[in-house]
Design a protein around this ligand. Structure first.
Ligand code: PGA
Length: 248
């Protein structure tokens, strides 16, 4: 494994309540004791917990991200939504955009692009999710889909912007099925070949059923800068285990 910083981004989805804050105390302690190790933990809890997370994590090196934003940068009459400025104001540093669970609900390339532009304008770090469905994979459309998602999602974004791309095959999310290293490496290489032409500063993560059981195998892929972790990240024990197994 190379010496670069590894990202562990915890996507809590629609899980967690005030009681869950207790469990992250263990992760704070762990990250303090592992100062010499090169990693970054980012928690993306639901909106209702963002403020508490920012507050609880304030004195640690762990940062907070949100799971989505409204596409409009300006304030407006959008009942139930939140814009990038509101997150920035709260002390949030990151935002996940383009997650397949939102694409499935109808979020299109244009909206995703607007969301990314808005996030950048608010100086939030973007975690941009891409990935093919199992149908697209079966029909050998993976490269076409990934390229389309990247080119449309990142349209008009300056070369100097920092971007985190999370490759999440839709068929891998929450299923326990993870692509084999050969396939994963091939897709990551393809993503890198496009992203590296567009940006100077980028990270490429993998997401989809990452767990303490498969992390050693995933870590063999040197091109990866880290992971976007859903289910397993809600357990502080599993998250710590994943990080420990990355460095031992
Ligand atoms: P999972 O979710 O780890 O539960 O598969 C990952 C994600 O959706 O970001």
């Amino acid at each position: 494994m190379t010496n670069k910083i590894r990202y562990f981004i915890a996507n809590w989805k629609m899980y967690g309540d005030l009681g869950s804050l207790k469990s992250i105390k263990n992760v704070i302690k762990f990250s303090r004791l592992s100062k010499s190790k090169k990693f970054k933990i980012i928690y993306c809890p639901p909106y209702t917990l963002l403020s508490d997370f920012v507050d609880t994590l304030k004195k640690s090196s762990i940062e907070t991200g949100a799971q989505n934003i409204h596409e409009n940068y300006d304030f407006g009459a959008h009942t139930g939504f939140i814009n990038s400025k509101m997150l920035k104001n709260l002390g949030v540093k990151y935002v996940i955009i383009g997650h397949s669970e939102n694409r499935t609900l109808g979020e299109d390339h244009k909206q995703i692009n607007k969301k990314i532009l808005s996030a950048i304008k608010s100086k939030l770090n973007v975690i941009f999710c891409i990935g093919e469905t199992s149908f697209q994979r079966k029909n050998k459309k993976t490269n076409i889909i990934l390229k389309k998602q990247i080119m449309n999602g990142l349209k008009g974004i300056g070369k100097k912007c920092k971007i985190i791309v999370a490759y999440e095959p839709v068929w891998s999310i929450g299923t326990g099925v993870v692509p084999n290293n050969l396939e994963l490496e091939k897709n990551i290489k393809f993503i890198k070949s496009i992203i590296s032409k567009k940006f100077n500063n980028y990270k490429i993560l993998y997401g989809g059923s990452v767990s303490p059981n498969n992390i050693k195998r995933l870590n063999m892929i040197d091109l990866l800068d880290g992971y976007l972790i859903g289910g397993a990240s809600q357990s502080s024990k599993k998250l710590i285990d994943i990080i420990k197994k990355t460095f031992n």
